[in-house]
Design a binder for this molecule. Structure first.
Ligand code: AMP
Ligand code: MG
Length: 489
């Protein structure tokens, strides 16, 4: 276990051509930084001793006022398609890559400080993040990790009394995000649209060298690299759909080249099931509605394919794109089969899944609760499934479905207890509902960080029953049902 000073850095991105970034240090807050919360699980990824959390230097380094030895801070350049429109230059407008920490296993983790002040890419933003949005990202990235969804991680939040102006005055905070890489689809797009094909090649070679080293020697490495990004993205989005989660701003600058969930903004877990759920209140046309996410994933990949045209054969890239839908569907069906506790793979599964979703939709039943309760289903026709049945408005329709489900379970000799055990490992009891995050935010705004602590621990183990925590599995109270979340964070 290392101290802050013992972290070792290998800042490979900083060795790329100067056109890829702007080197600059974070801008400290106008008032002293203090630790809001730190995450031992993320610290372990860089061998950092959690005992370091309470040192003032910890809040200093991750609150933007000190640098640890070996850091070489920079803001990354990228562009991207936002809501379908190409924006020629974006870049880290409020985040700074402090350095790439290397752990004892040889893995590298970007330490990316979000809310670190103005950069040359800030456009008309202020370079800051508010406490509210850092808490949402902190808790959700660890919740996704707990659910088994590929994601960036979160090391800590450092707060301050520094004023930040949004719809109202709020306080600023910085979040340390961690990932093996923060390269996005948009990092490729910028060099393609600027016709800087030499830079495009340097970037692709760099990403392959660092993250897809098995492709290094392949003559068709760029097309194969693309095909792997397609596969990771399809599998990622299948997982979002299975847990009932919406990203909210699936612009190509928010799409990770490693297939990680990246850039937590107005995201949302569904409470009541609604396929057309729009979590981002600024998304008036529902471009990023829940049921659109799989298509948007493909659309975004087609933007990446276009950006790779100077490096790979068109036909090969097209074949990569064509693999998206079958990979997505296979993955999604397999995740949903597991959520229903089905062991075998059969042709009728798709209809069984779809009809169950139809029941949820018709009753606006709580997605997480009903799937968890489906684990209690008893396949003996003599036993009623009364409690589960109560979730559905159209009881006859439920009965019809339940009898098909029962037949299906019996035909594969499914044993109730075994099935419930395995369903409980894929149907979470706890997800980061908006109202839970909101409660933690409101307490934190009064400088009480205990709810962040409680939620983090809870969400890191979302599949286990946790003593005394059942209230956290409850559907939202009325005040928490339709909390507005938008991009202004
Ligand atoms: P997002 O929608 O959060 O992915 O942000 C899109 C772009 O706007 C990125 O280039 C961000 O760095 C930038 N951005 C978002 N918020 C701010 C802010 N408060 N100050 C400066 N840039 C920002
Ligand atoms: Mg972004």
């Amino acid at each position: 276990m290392r101290t802050l000073e013992q972290l070792t850095f290998d800042n490979s991105y900083a060795r790329l051509p100067g056109a890829f970034y702007a080197k600059l240090n974070p801008t400290p807050f106008s008032s002293p930084p203090y630790l809001v919360h730190a995450n031992p699980a993320a610290a372990a990824l860089i061998d950092l001793n959690p005992g370091e959390f309470k040192r003032p230097e910890f809040a200093g380094v991750f609150g933007g006022s000190l640098l640890a030895p070996g850091m070489d801070p920079l803001a990354m350049l990228y562009s991207g398609h936002q809501f379908g429109v190409y924006v020629p230059q974006l870049g880290d407008g409020r985040a700074i890559l402090l350095g790439e920490a290397r752990n004892g296993r040889g893995e590298k983790w970007d330490l990316h400080l979000k809310g670190a002040g103005l950069t040359p890419f800030s456009r008309d933003g202020d370079g800051r993040a508010v406490l509210r949005s850092t808490i949402r990202e902190y808790l959700c990235s660890e919740a996704m990790q707990g659910l088994g969804v590929p994601t960036t991680r979160a090391l800590c939040i450092v707060g301050s009394d520094h004023h930040v102006y949004r719809e109202q005055v709020e306080t600023g905070a910085m979040l340390v995000r961690m990932a093996p890489s923060h390269v996005r689809f948009g990092t490729f797009e910028i060099f393609y649209y600027r016709k800087q094909h030499d830079h495009l090649k340097v970037l692709a070679d760099y990403v392959i060298e660092q993250h897809f080293p098995h492709l290094r020697e392949a003559p068709d490495r760029y097309a194969r690299f693309f095909a792997e990004v397609v596969e990771r993205t399809a599998k990622l989005i299948a997982r979002w759909q299975a847990v009932g989660w919406s990203h909210g701003v699936m612009n190509t600058d928010n799409m990770s080249i490693l297939g990680l969930t990246l850039d937590y903004g107005p995201f949302g877990f569904m409470d009541d099931y609604d396929a057309g759920f729009i979590c981002n209140h600024s998304d008036h046309n529902g471009r990023y509605a829940f049921d659109q996410q799989p298509y948007i994933g493909l659309w975004n990949l087609s933007c990446l394919a276009q950006a790779l045209l100077p490096l790979a054969e068109k036909e090969a890239l097209k074949a990569g794109l064509d693999s998206y839908t079958p990979i997505f569907e296979r993955e999604y069906r397999s995740l949903m089969r597991a959520k229903l506790g089905l062991r075998d793979e059969r042709a009728e599964d798709e209809a069984l899944i779809r009809d169950f979703q139809g029941l949820l939709q018709g009753s606006h039943a709580d997605y997480t609760i009903v799937f968890r309760e489906l684990g209690t289903f008893r396949s003996d026709p003599g036993i009623s499934n009364g409690k589960l049945r109560e979730h559905f408005l159209d009881r006859d329709r439920f009965d019809g479905w339940a009898s098909r489900y029962r037949d299906r379970l019996r035909s594969e000799q499914s044993r109730d207890e075994d099935r419930q055990r395995s369903m409980n490992q894929v149907n979470p009891k706890f997800v980061l509902r908006n109202y839970l995050a909101q409660t933690a935010i409101e307490k934190a705004q009064q400088k009480d960080f205990s709810e962040i602590d409680r939620l983090l621990t809870l969400l890191q183990n979302p599949y286990s029953d946790q003593p005394g925590m059942d209230a956290y599995a409850a559907p939202p109270p009325n005040w928490g049902k339709h909390l507005p979340v938008s991009c202004s964070s």
